[in-house]
Design a protein around this ligand. Sequence first.
Ligand code: SF4
Length: 314
Amino acid sequence: MAYVRTEYPQWSWSFSRQQIFQSCRRRYYYNYYASHNGWEFDAPQESRLAYRLKQLGNIYTALGNGVHETAQSLVARVMEGRKLPDVAEIEEEIRRHLRRVWKSSQENREQFLIRPRRVDMLREFYYGTGVSDDVVERINQRIVQTAEALAECPVWAELSRKDAQVVACEQFDTVEIAGTPVYAVPDLIYKTAGGQWVIVDWKTGEEAEENRDQVALYVLFVREKYGASPEQITARLEYLNLKSSMEMRFTPEELQAVEKNALASMEEMKGLLSDPALNVPRPKEEFALTEAREQCPWCNFYELCRGELEASVS
Ligand code: SF4
């Protein structure tokens, strides 16, 4: 499809957009508005910088990406009827991803400044904070635990059964809620031989209530996209590093509440637009810096906020 330039980004909604909106309005502005068209060589400096900073990862997101990539390759192998690799191979695949990102962050700063979308860069290297020995240790433990949990995951046995069908794996897709495209990227959706729908979300962090809200949105997505009824849909949160799993079903009333919350969130976001039809944001100053300043040194957009943050405490 040919690239069509637009002055403003397309209006949409997603669970992660809501999380960013709630964490900091300014972060939301930089992530969804200032960065738009920041890939153009003659874009304003702030836009170019916001676009670059938006691409930064961190050591935890790198682990998550490595695990998701590995899980995706396991799904492909099972569906091709090939043997699953053993734990050591799974662990090595995750480590390979992390080594690649780490090496790129160490060696490719200049390339990242020019082509941020194409070059992996961890914020710990970009900002020079480094990764502490404790964090390296924690990441190492999680790699071992997630590799073991992935190898033992019941999903593989279910997918190997005759008539099991993978419907989507890390597929970027949308459904519409009240005319707004809602993005959802469930890790895995499959149908069992018995006609049940299963949504799997692999997690590499701690248990959190918001994860339940996220998979509830995926259930809504499967209902809207594929016409499955809620009683046919099971959502499964696989906490890999905790080696625990949580299965959930949602009633039509609970899904209605999910939709209602999404609509309320959209309305709140639209309150910061000067032209909702064109998705034109209000001036930057109306997107407040967070009050929870302890998160700022860990935020991708710190470089853009540093001056204002320092001025606000002096
Ligand atoms: S550095 Fe702080 S104020 Fe600035 S965008 Fe990030 S979280 Fe918000």
